[in-house]
Design a protein. Sequence first.
Length: 328
Amino acid sequence: MRSVRALPAMLALVLVLGLCAGFGAARAQDYPNRTITMVVPFPPGGSTSIVGRVIADKMSELLGQSIVVDNRGGAGGTVGTKSVARSEPDGYTLLLGYSGTLAIAPSLYRNAGYDPRKDFAPIGMIGSAPSSLVVHPSFPAKTVAGLIAYAKANPGKVNFGSAGIGTVGHITGEYFARATGIQIVHIPYKGTGPAVSDLLGGHIPMSFSPIAATAGNVKGGLLRALAVTSAHRNKLLPDVPTMIEAGVSGFDAVLAYGLVAPAGTPPAAIDRLNKALRDALASDEVKRQLGVDGTEITPSSPQQYADFIDKDERKWSELVKASGVEPE
């Protein structure tokens, strides 16, 4: 008797589940049907903002819905990153993923407030770009070797700026100091833009900054580039040596960009966003814009980006250890 009485309830449950499945399919088919927010976890003016806005503009066009860039800086990019990890996983809040936040912060902070492997659904990679070691024209060193010699003669008296504590520029600078046996003092800023502005003003003598934010000033003679941090030269500054060429053996530190969403975002939304991202990266317009900023485009599937995040986090955690920076 119990099984007979339970039958109507079971049928009702099947009906409800069927309706939910149909509703979910309809929603996936309609996605996106309203404005999407892309959080860039740094203030405007830096390389992350440049990349984010280029991608947002083209994806908006391809998806037929606006993608609004929301700059949420603070704590080396962890404030904005954490906010996305805690957002509704509905496909309408995205994060411009970045090596500083997804690979460095988990090792640098005892509690970054998120897990790069568990709290995000990777959408796809965008590309990678080196940083540049740049100095103010008044700085006496003309080469990396000259900088090392000057710093050794003036221990603890040479400052370097970065986009903030825990950013790629910060860890790259500490790693450089450790690798060359010099003592330099880190000056954190609230983003790449403010750091480069102070460097241009002569308030700090040197900086490790994204090449996108410094190449124009180097070409204009307002800054002097001593090296790029990748294993090969960058087309924006073809005459500038790599750190390895400048005598710092094995030095290779590049940042990577990609798009992620909160964990639990529907797979249909992730697939739709990945296609739009791939199409954006394949467009001549985006290739030209990102090429101007020195970004090497590297599109991927969501799974390939997930694998990269895992590998990148392990790489940068080793660099954090090698730099000697203690977790905060």
